[in-house]
Design a protein around this ligand. Sequence first.
Ligand code: LLP
Length: 423
Amino acid sequence: MITHQHHDLFIESCAVRQLAEHVPTPFYAYSQGMIRTQAAAYQTMAATFPDAMVCYAVKANNHPAILSLLAEEGLGADVVSGYELRQAINAGIPPQKIVFSGVGKTVEEINLALHHRIAQINVESLAELDVIQTLAAAFGHPARIALRINPNVDAKTHAKITTGKEENKFGVPLSDLPAVIHRVQSSPHLHWQGLAVHIGSQILTLAPYQAAYAFVMQVVRDLAGHGIVIDHLDLGGGIGIAYHQGPEFTLADYGAMIKTTLGDWPGKVIFEPGRFIVGAAGILVTEVLYIKETQKKRFAIVNAAMTDLIRPALYDAVHRIVPVHQSDATPQSYDVVGPVCETGDILGRDVLLPPLHAGDLVAILDAGAYGAVLASHYNMRSFPAEVMVAGDHYGIITHRQTFEDLNTHRSVWTGPATPKLQG
Ligand code: LLP
């Protein structure tokens, strides 16, 4: 739980103010209990299907401390790069529970997936299918593939996180299906087991899901007509969380809708939740550096920035921001901004907070997903530190980077003294 108790913000049984005495701000803090609760809730919904697998979307937060927790909870992983694949395996997630998504898998990445014999590679284009076939032939065992189809459904979410419309780069259009059928039927190196669909993220209503899944079922029936048996359906992720208003449906509603839509189809369903598992479990703790009042605005300039949490700048996302020490004083309106030299470096607009002073701490809520993973070094800022909390224990799981860390793998160039291109 992340709540105020007697005016002080707590993450589980740790007072955030005390954490900040041991960890330099800005830092992310995650509640182990909340991550476990969300994972277990998803597992419970999935368990109502005869054969289901919950593959956590690693992109939401790839920290090893989080992945190992989810491995313990029995989750698999949805990965989108070779390093994510290695990260999941290193954290103890068995390759048989890993699916590989993404529109631009390289030869090395596909080989890695084949080497580990992961559960499924989600194919995103005909060209990629050809590469997978060639590599699988060299490998000597068929690649287990699912075709990601583009259902042309509007997920009714922010344009930058919509993926299932025909103008988006994701999935294979229906018009490519005959060519895919031909390729698969003529190749012993491809085992076509599934269809995959993912229409977007932070989805708050069931209707787009239902439309996408009905579309998928139509394709399943069409393929059956060609003698192709689809026995895996990867239904993607995307369930939204309550930054302000949460989804209009429960997980149970989602499961029930899927049952109705899939009817008596007997195969295995795969889910790829990311945000739902880790989003609400993380906060970003930051310290007020200065208060600045202009004719138009009152700014709280804090030591976190768009480099630590880019969601407000990139998606106009609104995260709740709360004081770490709550006071009874009348709140004032602040724009909470970072030190980065960009007008867009805003963490929250018109946020009502008690009167703030330099040195005060505030926490940005629901920052566990697509927070730390999207950090950048712009303005030569370090990545933020990260802390895991369980009860009244905490552990630093990412140390704040030093100046030297930022320069690792970089050097000056010595010009002509370096080797010449040969040939
Ligand atoms: N599966 C696939 C194929 C995906 O592309 C994604 C997310 C997921 C699953 C997990 O979706 P989730 O359950 O987390 O909604 N950075 C953005 C979100 C980008 C989502 C990208 N794909 C944000 O901060 O809102």
